[in-house]
Design a protein around this ligand. Structure first.
Ligand code: GLA
Length: 338
């Protein structure tokens, strides 16, 4: 059998709106971005990957069962995908990425999805994302939602994705030609050891009181007596409505309305959900004072990371202009593979 070299690419993602809603089955609207994690590989009897960004390789048995203890730390993502997938054969190869690591642009989810495809996953987006979400939990212990993995698996060039995290339906929404989406990196962060898990628990506590947040109203949340739980629930419920309104505004080409919703989303994350930081708030305030910027907000899990802005072309010259690309894929075999 010829052991041909193959390549898999998985993009990062930026979330335009719908933050901290996925783990309660709410609505999100992320977009895959033109930065990728790539693995060039051949079949092997173990999983042996070097990374341009890491001193030590990932060297994992294909029947690995304890991914959370694997060293070096980055290899846990590789090991956790293997532990979930139980592949028949392994791979050896190299990883490169243009997704900044620890910036909240889903570099870990891109690695998980890329590894799963390299190990032979059939690329059906929902099961692929579910497997990689379980892998993320095993690798990090952070009880994250499905947004990142599903966005990366299902991305569509030119589109953001309106995802219902309850039934896992994905509706592509075209980004208007005259819209520019700009990301600015503010500060490194990790969700490991952050209050992320506490936010998940606070949402679960609110659901014990008023039922699923995805179908609750803001009026329902006002019956919660504990002010912190009430504020967390109010963020989630109001954010779901903002996602619906944002999708409608973007579809109708109304960038001013879409931008205003991003600003409201940021304020809700800052005041009700407490996942922003003074540096993120200052960056958002600076962005929204800039001529040609329709709106801006923190993006991703929070406690650092990036802001995202919706603007006229060229409005934020020192940001990264990102464009929506297709989701993760295994590149077709070169001719020599046949
Ligand atoms: C992180 C998680 C996602 C989601 C966001 C917040 O990116 O991985 O599942 O919860 O935070 O919206």
């Amino acid at each position: 059998m010829m052991n041909t070299e193959r390549r898999v690419s998985a993009p990062g993602r930026v979330n335009l709106i719908g933050e901290h809603t996925d783990y309660t089955g709410g609505l999100v609207m992320p977009m895959t971005i033109d930065r990728w994690t790539r693995i060039t590989f051949r079949e092997h009897d173990r999983i042996l990957l070097t990374s341009a960004d890491e001193a030590e390789p990932a060297d994992v048995a294909i029947d690995c069962t304890e991914p959370s203890a694997v060293q070096p730390a980055w290899a846990r993502f590789v090991a956790a995908v293997a532990a979930e997938m139980r592949p028949r054969t392994g791979i050896r190869g190299s990883v490169t990425t243009s997704i900044p690591i620890g910036a909240g642009l889903s570099s870990s989810a891109a690695l998980e999805v890329a590894v799963a495809l390299a190990l032979g996953h059939d690329a059906d987006p929902v099961p692929l994302a579910q497997l990689c979400r379980r892998a993320e939990h095993r690798a990090t212990g952070v009880p994250s939602g499905i947004m990142d993995q599903l966005a990366i698996a299902a991305g569509r060039a030119g589109h953001a994705l309106l995802i219902d995290c309850h039934d896992l339906t994905v509706a592509p929404v075209a980004i208007p030609e005259h819209a520019e989406i700009v990301v600015r990196f503010i500060v490194h962060r990790t969700l490991v050891g952050s209050p992320y898990a506490e936010r998940v628990a606070q949402c679960a506590a609110a659901e014990q009181l008023i039922g699923p947040l995805r179908s609750a109203t803001v009026t329902d949340t006002s019956s919660i007596t504990d002010p912190t739980t009430r504020a967390r629930a109010r963020h989630v419920v109001s954010e779901n409505q903002r996602v619906r309104d944002f999708a409608a505004a973007i579809s109708g080409g109304d960038l001013a309305a879409a931008g205003a919703l991003m600003i409201e989303s940021h304020r809700s994350l800052r005041d009700d959900f407490a996942t922003s930081s003074p540096a993120m708030d200052a960056a958002v305030d600076e962005a929204i004072r800039t001529p040609g910027v329709h709106g801006a907000r923190m993006t991703g899990g929070g406690f650092g990371g990036c802001i995202v802005a919706l603007c006229e072309p060229g409005a934020i010259p020192d940001g990264w202009v990102v464009t929506p690309v297709d989701g993760a894929r295994l590149e077709p075999s070169p001719d020599t593979a046949t």
